[in-house]
Design a protein around this ligand. Structure first.
Ligand SMILES: *Cc1c(COP(=O)(O)O)cnc(C)c1O
Length: 473
């Protein structure tokens, strides 16, 4: 482009007033306000000007492109960004996709509490204040066998509060093999330093013996910490001190033994591999004085962190100032209370996360066949030639639980006519109802394990949308 082309292109951008008065712009003023609409149009025009100056080539003349870009940006800004998606990744506890979808009972509880005054910190019998933790403490104790329990914002907060209350200014002994980073920015050494405790790392990456802990104890030691390695495994020559050994050592030296369990497994699963993970109750019975775990991993509830264990230790946390900053919102507590009641009544199998993990191969195959048939019908209506078939998949629990145990599953593979799985996946992810698939061997794979009831029909619609866009291009 010559300078005069650039100037002509810049001059052909429509005026702000003209755009603001267009029918589509006035529609957006209804939901965003006129001031914001003006700002967003200006932003779109600035972007267009930058592209023109860079010498970008366009499919459309600038005077037609400008309103299109403005309208697209307005649509993006007017839309909700936190919205439901369909999880076709086969990862049940998917942190980026919001971890555990709640059980119907938990959803109803949130719905009831959200728009009403409620007993969050009030006892109608007393006619006065009652702590919010009371809604879940008894159930947690009943299910885990703990003397006392406390719910906070998430497990990271649980670890932070426990260490702050029990070990600030003193030493915490932890194995080098357990100085892990979990998910986004939860690092054991950093949480320890944040709590004001001094970390004493003992042993080696692959081997830590009970004698390593014993030799590190000083008069300033407050706590022995064991951390579930979650998303990380080392293979080969590996040794660590057992829970029982650590509990015994802590008791004999009058120290606290605390365990960060990560995923809160409240009951045993049917799945054979699941027996390698110990339920919270067994950890406490084996001598963990304090355990912490998440509410939205294997437990299948809302985002929450639980600290459970002996009453005198929990009392120190309940009195700690930090608790005020980590306390749990009413909607979350409502969902958690309802989820715990499902465990109490033995109906945990109806909790979505648990149901999905326990799905057997015949049921998954059946689901995959149903989805496959629907997608084949959709594909035949489109002009493109999509190959759609049932395939075996490797699914996962996710959330740091069982990182090396893949769950055998089924899914539907779609091969796009252009051969570009990426493009089809993008189309599915950006459809009106976003579908998040896996990709393998240049095929889009829709794992059926984590689908919720009714998702098949929605996937077919999103596939039609994505397929149309793909064949039009
Ligand atoms: C997941 C996990 C955490 C963090 O829990 P959040 O509930 O996400 O805050 C901490 N420790 C372990 C071992 C974990 O697996």
């Amino acid at each position: 482009m010559t300078d005069s082309d650039t100037n002509n292109a810049l001059r052909s951008i429509p005026s702000m007033d003209g755009l603001l008065n267009a029918a589509w712009a006035r529609e957006f003023s209804g939901c965003l306000g006129r001031k914001a609409v003006k700002k967003i149009i200006a932003e779109a025009l600035d972007g267009l000007k930058r592209d023109i100056r860079r010498g970008a080539q366009f499919d459309l003349p600038v005077d037609e492109l400008a309103p299109l870009r403005a309208e697209n940006l307005l649509r993006a800004r007017a839309a909700r960004t936190l919205k439901p998606v369909i999880n076709a990744t086969g990862v049940v506890v998917h942190t980026n996709l919001g971890r555990a979808p709640l059980a119907d009972e938990a959803i109803r509880a949130v719905h009831e509490i959200a728009g009403a005054y409620n007993t969050l910190e009030y006892s109608p019998e007393k006619g006065g204040r009652e702590g919010r933790n009371a809604h879940v403490e008894w159930s947690l104790c009943q299910i885990t066998g703990a003397e006392a329990a406390l719910a906070v914002n998430n497990n990271a907060a649980a670890v932070l509060l426990a260490l702050s209350a029990l070990a600030a200014g003193r030493e915490v002994i932890v194995s080098c093999g357990e100085l892990v980073e979990i998910g986004d920015s939860f690092r054991i050494p950093e949480i320890l330093s944040f709590s004001g405790a001094k970390m004493i790392a003992v042993g080696c990456t692959n081997v830590t013996r009970i004698s390593d802990y014993r030799n590190a104890i000083t008069e300033n030691t407050a706590l022995l910490l064991k951390v579930h390695p979650s998303n990380y495994r080392i293979a080969g020559f590996v040794k660590s001190a057992s829970r029982e050994e650590l509990a015994e050592l802590a008791a004999s030296r009058n120290l606290v033994f605390m365990e960060d369990l990560g995923s809160g497994l409240l009951c045993r699963f049917d799945a054979a591999f699941a027996n390698r993970e110990q339920p919270v109750r067994d950890c406490l019975k084996a001598g963990s004085g304090i355990v912490t775990f998440s509410g939205d991993k294997l437990l299948g509830g809302p985002q929450i962190g639980v600290i459970a264990g002996s009453k005198d230790l929990l009392d120190r946390m309940k009195r700690h100032q930090l608790l005020r900053a980590l306390r749990v919102d009413k909607m979350t507590l409502a969902a958690f209370e309802a989820t715990l009641r499902m465990y109490l009544s033995g109906r945990q199998g109806e909790i979505p996360v648990i149901r999905m993990i326990e799905l057997d191969k015949p049921s998954l195959l059946k689901k995959a066949r149903v989805l496959c048939r629907m997608l084949q019908d959709t594909a035949s209506l489109e002009t493109g030639d999509f190959a759609v078939s049932v395939v075996e998949t490797a699914d996962a629990v996710g959330g740091g639980a069982y990182p090396t145990d893949l769950l055998p599953g089924y899914g539907v593979a779609i091969r796009a006519p252009s051969g570009s799985a990426e493009k089809l996946a993008l189309g599915l992810r950006t459809a009106r109802v976003p579908v998040i698939p896996g990709i393998r061997d240049d095929c889009v794979i829709l794992h059926v394990r984590a689908l919720l009831s009714g998702d098949e029909r929605l996937i077919a619609a999103s596939f039609a949308e994505a397929a149309q866009a793909l064949t039009k291009r």
